[in-house]
Every structure is written in C-alpha cells, then in structure tokens.
Ligand binder design. Structure first.
Ligand code: PLP
Ligand code: COI
Length: 360
C-alpha cells in the first residue's frame, strides 16, 4: 500500500490492447516501455516532493544540467512476476531500495527513503499492470533511476535530483535463451578499483565497460569477466551479473571486495544453495584456480546470476593466452537446480518461507 501522496495523470492515449498484445508476443529486453512513469523530485531545501505518476514521456533538460556533464546517475533493476493466482509480485524490493541508497551515498546524491522507492513500484503497477507478461520466464522489468538535475557547470554534488521509475516487458536477456555463454577474461581493461565506484549501481561503471564488451564480442564472447585492478588475477564479476563456481559440494562466489556489485540474486543464491545442502563460500577466486580446476574436473560448473539474466551457465572461457571449457560446455545440474529453485519462488510455484516476495 502506498503511504505517500502521488499525483496521478493518466495517459491520454494509452497503447491499445492490440499493441500491448503485439509487444508481449515478443518483448525482448528493454525495447518497449509501458504507458506511464513515476517521477519524484528532490531539492536541498524541500527534500523529496512532487511525486507523480504520469504518461511516459521525454525529459526536457537544460543543456547545462549537471548529469550531462559530471554524470551523477544511478539505477536499479528488479522484476514484477505474474503469479498463478493472477496477482503480481516482486522479489526483495527493499534490498534494491537499500542498494539504491548506498549507490546514492557513493555518488554524493540524495538518498530516496526505502518507503518511497517501494511505493513508486506500487504506483506504477497500479496503472500499468496489463503490461506484465504472463508466459513462463517472462516478467515486467522495473528500472528505478536517479539523475542530478541542477543546472550549472560547477563541479560539486548537485542540489537537485530527479528520481524516475520506468518499466519494460522482458523476455529472455540473452538471445540464446538458457544456453551456456562464452566469456572473455579482460586483462587489458578494468571495471573498478578499490575505493572506486564498483560497488555502486552507477551509470559510469557501465559506460566504462563497453569497450571491453566490444572486445569480448570481437573474440566471439557474449560477456566480459572483470578481474581485479591491481593483479588482473582475481575474478570479480561480469558486466551485469555476479559469478558462482561449483566445486564438489561447495558453491563458491567471489567475496565482496568493494569493487563488485553486491547482487541481490547473488545474496539469495547463497541462501538457496545452503538450503540445497551445499557448503557456500565467499572468497577470492583466481583465474588460475578457475582454469586449473576446470581442467581437472574439481570445478564442475560456473554460472552467472543477476536480475535481468536470472541464472546463465558459463560454458567456455577465452583469454589472451588461450581458452578452456567448463562442464564440457553444457548446463550443469547444480546450475539447473538453483535456477529452478529461484524461478519457482519468483513465479509463485514454491512457498515463500522467507518473505522475499512482495505483492505489487
Ligand atoms: N553485477 C552488476 C555489474 C550488475 O549490473 C548486476 C545487475 O543488477 C548484478 C551484478 C546482479 O545484481 P542483482 O542480482 O541485484 O540483479
Ligand atoms: C539487472 O540485472 O537488473 C541489471 O541491471 C543488469 C543490466 C541490464 C545492466
């Protein structure tokens, strides 16, 4: 239930039912947007105010708006899932709200209260529920974000911010579906360094990743694996996903070093893997350990996880010095079991014993 007053302006000409059906027939990822968006403003003197649900529309921005020059921009990503009883639920939204505040702190931006973040999701779903896909594996991707909107060229934290929430029906993130991907170990470029912005969901992190992503694509890889800045040896994460390694009865993920994003899927899978009887370990994992144990078979599976990509197996690894396979390039049983456990919870086919699901 919403506790904040939002001013609501319905779209004067929302998409026709035929258009919604056409989009939902093949949504892709991030290509189409619902009829409405939420906006909330922040100024140093007024605090958070002017909460609105309004027609999805372009933003008028003065060319000297600070975000265009100095890049104070953060975002979140979560999904709304159609449930068997016809309701719509989302997964651990308060964790996203908390991470959004942490990202804001790191970028010296105003912190949106968790209550307002969660309320904004309810408000958007109240008007755009018909855009939630109902087929298996599909969802409505929710994209909360915030930019600095003060006008001026002085380099300092802005005094004005705009929070927005938009939504986009989502099919599979990878065109290949749940097939193992090939990844590129990036030793030329890095994503983040200790003391930097790697743990924030900060737009600049993604801008800084694109050149290496293009390099990965040239090598025939779908994704980049980022390594630590100092030694280029320790595995951190992928472009939009965290990584897990299955070694015997252990499920291992790189420890949060401050340079990688603390994924909510990552955190949830540490719990679900323990439920499945695995010993879970958060510790540094080197590229040598990955390659060596993949060869000996001590490492049987590797998978990536995140909201958009869910759980995606990693089948092949390429680097400047060669390449190797994991699991013979196939999807392993632990990857499949954890994927099933997570999606059963999200789509309402398994009991939510931890209160992770929130009705929208
Ligand atoms: N790492 C990065 C860089 C990401 O952008 C994401 C996606 O949000 C993740 C990891 C996975 O995080 P989550 O599971 O919270 O979606
Ligand atoms: C997500 O999983 O929500 C992400 O933000 C990853 C990517 C689309 C940037």
């Amino acid at each position: 239930m919403t506790t904040t007053p939002f001013q609501s302006t319905p779209h004067p000409s929302p998409a026709t039912p035929e258009r919604v059906a056409e989009v939902l027939a093949d949504p892709g990822f991030g290509r189409y947007f619902t009829d409405h968006m939420v906006t909330i403003r922040h100024t140093t003197d007024k605090g958070w105010h002017d909460a609105r649900v309004q027609p999805y529309q372009p933003l008028p921005l003065d060319p000297a708006t600070m975000v265009l020059h100095y890049g104070q921009a953060i975002f979140e990503g979560l999904k709304a899932y159609h449930q068997p009883d016809g309701s719509v639920k989302t997964f651990r939204p308060r964790a996203n709200a908390e991470r959004f505040r942490a990202s804001a702190r790191r970028m010296a931006m105003a912190e949106l209260p968790d209550e307002l973040f969660v309320d904004s999701l309810h408000e958007l779903l109240a008007v755009d529920r018909r855009w939630v896909p109902t087929r298996p594996e599909e969802s409505l991707y929710l994209r909360p974000f915030m930019i600095s909107t003060e006008v001026g060229l002085g380099v300092r934290p802005a005094a004005e911010y705009l929070y927005l929430l938009i939504a986009s029906p989502a099919g599979a993130y990878f065109a290949s579906g749940v097939k193992p991907v090939t990844v590129w170990l990036s030793t030329e470029y890095i994503r983040a360094a200790p003391g930097g912005t790697g743990a924030a969901k900060f737009a600049g992190n993604y801008a800084a990743s694109l050149l290496a992503q293009a390099q990965a694509a040239e090598q025939g890889c779908e994704q980049v694996v980022w390594l630590d800045a100092a030694e280029r040896r320790w595995v951190e994460e992928m472009g939009g996903m965290n990584l897990f390694f299955v070694m015997g009865d252990k499920v291992v993920t790189p420890a949060l070093s401050g340079a990688l994003l603390p994924g909510i899927t990552r955190d949830s899978l540490l719990t679900l893997a323990a439920d499945h009887g695995f010993e879970v370990e958060e510790r540094p994992v080197s590229t040598e350990e990955w390659e060596k144990k993949a060869e000996t078979g001590e490492l049987s599976e590797v998978f990536a996880c995140g909201t958009a990509a869910v759980i995606t197996p990693v089948g092949h690894v390429k680097h400047a010095g060669g390449e190797f396979s994991v699991s013979g390039g196939a999807t392993g049983p632990v990857t499949s079991a954890l994927r099933e456990a997570l999606t059963a919870l999200q789509y309402g086919h398994a009991e939510d014993t931890r209160g992770w699901m929130t009705t929208l």
